[in-house]
Design a protein around this ligand. Structure first.
Ligand SMILES: *[C@@H]1O[C@H](CO)[C@@H](O)[C@H](O)[C@H]1NC(C)=O
Ligand SMILES: *[C@@H]1O[C@H](CO)[C@@H](O)[C@H](O)[C@H]1NC(C)=O
Ligand SMILES: *[C@@H]1O[C@H](CO)[C@@H](O)[C@H](O)[C@H]1NC(C)=O
Ligand SMILES: *[C@@H]1O[C@H](CO)[C@@H](O)[C@H](O)[C@H]1NC(C)=O
Ligand SMILES: *[C@@H]1O[C@H](CO)[C@@H](O)[C@H](O)[C@H]1NC(C)=O
Ligand SMILES: *[C@@H]1O[C@H](CO)[C@@H](O)[C@H](O)[C@H]1NC(C)=O
Ligand SMILES: *[C@@H]1O[C@H](CO)[C@@H](O)[C@H](O)[C@H]1NC(C)=O
Ligand SMILES: *[C@@H]1O[C@H](CO)[C@@H](O)[C@H](O)[C@H]1NC(C)=O
Ligand SMILES: CC(=O)N[C@H]1CO[C@H](CO)[C@@H](O)[C@@H]1O
Length: 494
């Protein structure tokens, strides 16, 4: 049984963040309307403020993995759910992770801003910088005459775990990875390790601009001496899994969001808005009975590569996987310049489908937007860029909705939703401005009620989904896998 040392403080905080009222009528079967009407913008807003305080009360002002702010988030959710011991069981799944510690990097004698990359070993090395061709995904990209050097590699196209593994094989003693997008120095970046720890070398991340400059200097024949000293930290961080005691445990509707933020801000839209919506719906659900078990999960480590959700799915056997009839994932529920987006589960817009049941989940959300909320909606590619990715890969039906991240609103979306075309859906995405003041509360209530609608609908019945058929699920998933790994969203994440 999981117990955190800060749980007592969290219980006190929970009362402030979300006073839990006395329970009402336990005998009424939940319905879309009952659950939707119990979700209010006041309750969501109070929790957003509370979550923001959990971030701002820490020295780093965020809720990133391994931080006090993230632990406080996990404790806060736990404290609230533990107030319903006769309604929910709760478990905490420890997910072992490695995150970067500190990094001191000197280039041409000058100390430079750099960050230790998670899952790479710590250590101190010095040598000359050597350029790696292309993106370093193939062995032939790595120089054969640069044993004892520090390799300079761009992020992108394949997981960094592969690049660093190949670099070590070619004789690198350390690696500098530079960003492939113009947003920071790879703070909080983690490589997805595909081999054992010993197959890696100390690795630090630097910005795109600096990396390009160095690449030009090295290819121009300049000798660039580098010293690189990093530490790495092994941590255990927690997925929170909560399930109704009532309802058929062999037919589970699994509703999820993630509990961590990036390092650069409190993460209230990304993806606090998803985790708060889930928490509020979990609280309100306790007034009702359900036919099918409802499971809520708050994943850890989403921001560093969907690690919590991936760990969860990897540790489920086939029997347990089969019990999950549908996984719904919610992130970015309150983007200021929103669009109401549904994952394209039937592949009609992007030709990328999910396991059988994913199409029906999309249609259920479309029904909500069209007929209940009476607002427009668009579709987004089912690219596995958030925590539903590992479920899709395991052949589990999935679905979800979002309001948009760093992408720009198109003219067509402007006509559908208003706001500003040519501007990002969320200009504060992954920035310190991602706080409670910059949420769009009008969008959030529509989205939160969409979660309530889908949760209640499937808590009552899975009749709208195709029958479970593992054979069909497996063949469909296998077919999609390649394409999902090639999608622009996935490639951006690695
Ligand atoms: C449950 O129902 C009661 C009675 O209708 C109501 O006062 C309460 O706010 C509802 N929600 C929770 C979480 O108890
Ligand atoms: C409880 O729910 C049942 C079934 O929906 C309903 O008949 C009854 O009136 C409700 N009782 C209260 C006190 O709300
Ligand atoms: C390795 O060989 C390449 C191509 O011949 C050359 O440009 C480069 O300077 C060499 N690197 C080292 C570290 O000797
Ligand atoms: C980096 O430098 C600081 C200040 O000298 C030192 O405290 C820290 O231990 C160093 N970290 C590493 C990984 O070398
Ligand atoms: C699958 O996992 C569950 C939960 O850990 C366990 O109870 C069950 O025995 C396992 N079933 C098989 C076939 O391994
Ligand atoms: C959709 O993808 C499949 C294979 O993944 C391909 O055979 C088919 O031509 C594509 N359809 C469209 C309309 O692009
Ligand atoms: C939906 O989009 C149409 C334009 O395609 C617009 O005229 C209409 O006002 C929008 N409806 C709502 C509820 O925003
Ligand atoms: C399951 O799906 C496979 C492949 O689509 C099909 O051949 C098989 O008949 C299905 N089985 C059941 C029990 O529906
Ligand atoms: C749906 C959505 O935009 N989710 C975001 C949550 O956070 C991750 C990590 O930053 C983003 O990649 C997702 O896009």
């Amino acid at each position: 049984m999981w117990k955190s040392i800060t749980v007592v403080a969290a219980l006190a905080a929970a009362v402030e963040g979300a006073a839990v009222e006395s329970r009402g009528n336990y005998t009424a079967l939940v319905s879309s309307e009952l659950l939707r009407n119990s979700v209010t913008i006041e309750a969501l807003a109070a929790k957003a403020k509370h979550l923001e305080r959990l971030a701002y009360d820490t020295p780093t002002n965020n809720r990133v993995i391994g931080s006090e702010g993230h632990q406080a988030t996990v404790d806060w959710i736990t404290g609230i759910i533990e107030q319903f011991p006769d309604y929910y069981t709760i478990s905490h799944q420890g997910v072992p992770l490695n995150i970067g510690g500190s990094a001191n990097v000197t280039i041409l004698g000058e100390p430079t801003t750099a960050y230790a990359v998670g899952f790479a070993p710590g250590g101190s090395v010095s040598g000359k910088l050597a350029a790696v061709k292309n993106l370093g995904c193939d062995a032939s990209d790595h120089p054969t005459n640069a044993t004892g050097s520090i390799f300079l590699i761009s992020r992108g196209s394949c997981v960094s775990g592969q690049k660093v593994l190949l670099a070590k094989k070619a004789g690198a003693i350390g690696v500098l990875i530079y960003n492939n997008v113009d947003e920071g120095n790879l703070d909080g970046y983690s490589l997805q390790r595909i081999g054992a720890e010993g197959e890696y070398v100390p690795t630090a991340g630097i910005s795109l601009g600096y990396g390009k400059g160095l690449a030009a200097a090295v290819s121009g024949g300049l000798a660039v001496p580098v010293t690189l000293s990093t530490t790495s930290r092994d941590i255990i961080t927690y997925n929170i899994n909560v399930q109704t005691i009532a309802g058929d445990p062999d037919n589970v509707i699994h509703v999820s969001g993630h509990s961590d933020s990036v390092g650069s801000g409190p993460g209230i839209n990304d993806n606090g808005s998803g985790s708060i919506s889930l928490l509020e719906i979990a609280i309100q659900l306790t007034n009702f009975t359900v036919n099918n078990a409802v499971r809520f999960s708050w994943w850890t480590g989403e921001e560093i590569g969907l690690l919590g959700a991936d760990y969860y799915v990897t540790h489920l056997n086939q029997t347990e996987k089969d019990k999950i009839r549908l996984l719904l994932d919610f992130d970015m529920m309150a983007s200021p310049n929103y669009a109401f987006q549904i994952y394209d589960g039937d592949g009609s817009a992007f030709n990328l489908t999910g396991a059988p049941g994913s199409a029906e989940a999309e249609h259920e959300f479309a029904h909500y937007f069209n007929d209940i909320a009476k607002v427009n909606h668009t579709e987004i590619e089912f690219d596995g860029r958030s925590d539903y990715g590992p479920f899709l890969e395991a052949g589990i039906a999935a679905g979800g909705i979002a309001c948009g991240a760093e992408g720009l609103k198109t003219q067509e979306e402007f006509e559908l939703f208003g706001g500003a075309s040519g501007l990002a859906y969320d200009v504060n995405y992954h920035e310190d401005g991602d706080n409670a003041n910059n949420l769009n509360y009008d969008a959030w209530i529509v989205m939160a009620q969409a979660i309530a609608h889908s949760t209640a609908t499937y808590a009552v019945s899975f009749d709208s989904l195709p029958p479970r058929n593992s054979t069909a699920i497996k063949s469909r998933a296998a077919k999609n896998l390649f394409k999902y790994k090639q999608s622009p969203g996935y490639l951006k994440m690695i």
